[in-house]
Design a protein around this ligand. Structure first.
Ligand SMILES: [Zn+2]
Length: 138
């Protein structure tokens, strides 16, 4: 699995995800606990927080939706944070991995490795042998 060095922009992305959840953390219901930030290829950053409900939505879906709603289609890196996780980094769940692969097959994800060290990898390495639509095969 190819790992990329975290850049200053990546640490800023992590900070943006922390900011959005610190601003919106719900101390009464603990519904809003995860923040996400996604950076476009051109450097724009969009954020999201998880939303609870019958089906709910992970923060990654919300940040991706905010970026898509703004017209962004090319993505560089995404991160999700949860304050009690090691380094505050939360790996994407299986559903988010599939969504990220379909929306941006080369997006990089910041997460912890097995030693709790921050790493950045391509989404394809987090979902080997994934289902892909025929028109997304590269
Ligand atoms: Zn998820």
């Amino acid at each position: 699995m190819k790992q990329y060095e975290l850049t200053n922009q990546d640490y800023e992305l992590i900070d943006r995800a922390k900011e959005i959840i610190e601003t919106n953390f719900d101390t009464k219901t603990y519904i809003y606990t995860v923040g996400s930030a996604i950076r476009s290829k051109s450097g724009e950053v969009f954020t999201g927080i998880n939303c609870d409900g019958i089906h709910g939505s992970c923060a990654e879906f919300i940040s991706m939706g905010a970026a898509r709603a703004a017209g962004v289609r090319e993505f560089d890196t995404i991160v999700a944070v949860y304050k009690n996780a090691p380094n505050c980094l939360l790996p994407p769940c299986g559903n988010c991995r599939q969504m990220l692969l379909e929306y941006s097959p080369h997006i990089k994800v910041i997460l912890n490795n097995e030693s709790q060290k921050m790493i950045k990898v391509e989404i394809q390495d987090l979902l080997p042998l994934a289902y892909v639509h025929n028109d997304q095969m590269e």
